[in-house]
Design a protein around this ligand. Structure first.
Ligand code: GLN
Length: 279
């Protein structure tokens, strides 16, 4: 079979499985197997594809038909212009989270100490360490799988990150930071039932923020003050409905809150600067 024939059949199969951009995904996976970009592949699509590559493609196609995220199937994804390995066990880095990363980079003082809580694939911690030279980044997660993947991403990207297995601040007694960032699990119990099939392949541990989705905001806000230097910043990614609730928590525990929207116009980041209490 030629590239053209394979893509036609694969697209039809993915469409039957309800995959939104069937034709795009079919091409991405075949280009990955062939080790080419999709444009080069399509420019000469009358070439035959050898049997071993067709078998590899078939395996990827079956996973996509089962609605696994493309990022898991390709094994990698981009974030902040860097490449991250991802797989089952960590949330796929999302473009929305770049808003949080950019704000962190803007606010981070020279040589600042940063803590990333619930690092997952390491997207935030590794990007900050790479893009803010001189910063000292610590990343924690409860999941060993996440720490293994995040560690690999730090190596791949040449980022110097200290990884600690910790449930929030649990293993960080007495440590302080100039910035704390977190994209915690924030989906509420009810919404967990309505997630896209792809998201259902991602770990519930990284998605579900308890009954109202706010469990981690409550916990981190309450405990963060003791781990922030004076003038230190706490930055959270939030779900689109959570701005007011999270801002109220920050106002109570940290300082005057601020909020930022994502490129889709939804509230995506809430943060606060720790008030100096030395007066
Ligand atoms: N943005 C993710 C989603 O809507 C949720 C990420 C999270 O819970 N931190 O699928």
């Amino acid at each position: 079979m030629t590239i053209r024939e394979i893509l036609k059949e694969a697209t039809a199969r993915l469409e039957r499985a309800g995959v939104p951009n069937a034709d795009y995904d079919a091409a991405q996976m075949l280009a990955h197997v062939l080790g080419e970009d999709t444009l080069m592949m399509r420019l000469n699509n009358h070439r035959a594809v050898e049997e071993t590559k067709r078998a590899a493609y078939e395996a990827m196609l079956a996973r996509r038909e089962a609605r696994e995220p493309m990022q898991y199937i390709l094994g990698e994804t981009g974030f902040m212009g860097l490449t991250f390995h991802v797989g089952p066990g960590v949330l796929c880095p999302r473009p929305d989270t770049e808003i949080l990363c950019e704000e962190a980079l803007l606010r981070l003082p020279e040589g600042g100490r940063v803590l990333d809580i619930g690092t997952g694939s390491g997207a935030l911690a590794v990007s900050i360490a790479r893009l803010a030279p001189g910063s000292r980044v610590t990343a924690v997660d409860v999941s060993e799988t996440a720490l293994a993947i995040a560690g690999e991403n730090a190596r791949l990207n040449g980022a110097d990150v200290r990884f600690v297995r910790s449930d929030c601040f649990g293993a960080l007694a007495g440590e302080t930071f100039d910035m704390i960032v977190s994209n915690p699990p924030y989906i509420d119990r009810q919404e967990m039932e309505t997630l896209m099939p792809e998201v259902q392949h991602e770990p519930a541990l990284a998605l579900c923020g308890g009954e109202d989705g706010l469990d981690f905001y409550r916990r981190i806000s309450r405990e963060a003050g003791a781990h922030l230097s004076d003038g230190g910043v706490l930055l959270f990614e939030i779900g689109w409905k959570q701005k007011d609730a999270v801002a109220a928590l920050l106002a109570r525990h940290i300082g005057e809150p601020f909020a930022l929207r994502d490129y889709g116009g939804n509230w995506r980041v809430v943060g606060a600067v720790k008030e100096r209490r030395d007066a």
